[in-house]
Ligand binder design. Structure first.
Ligand code: ZN
Length: 91
């Protein structure tokens, strides 16, 4: 599935780490890898995206490796088995 970067790479390193912690807290899977379709690296960052086929306005957190989070400008194809977590859940 294709996701769109909600902040065009403007998230700070610290907030990407925080979003990854958030993702780990709510993800129902022990999926330790980058969500990019063909990537087998471990995730390092949580990145905020939108997904138009689910809901145009909602923000979701997707786990990505450093390389993919740093090169993710507009759109990215993520693995259909990767879990994406909505940001409205409360801690
Ligand atoms: Zn990756």
């Amino acid at each position: 599935m294709i996701v769109t970067n909600a902040f065009s790479g403007k998230l700070s390193e610290e907030s990407k780490q925080n979003w990854l912690s958030y993702w780990k807290h709510f993800s129902d899977r022990e999926y330790g890898y980058c969500a990019e379709r063909n990537c087998t690296k471990e995730h390092h960052h949580g990145v905020l995206v939108t997904q138009s086929s689910i809901c145009q306005r909602a923000l979701f957190v997707v786990p990505l490796c450093k390389e993919h989070s740093n090169s993710f400008i507009s759109q990215l194809e993520i693995d259909d088995g990767a879990s994406i977590v909505p940001t409205e859940l409360s801690l």
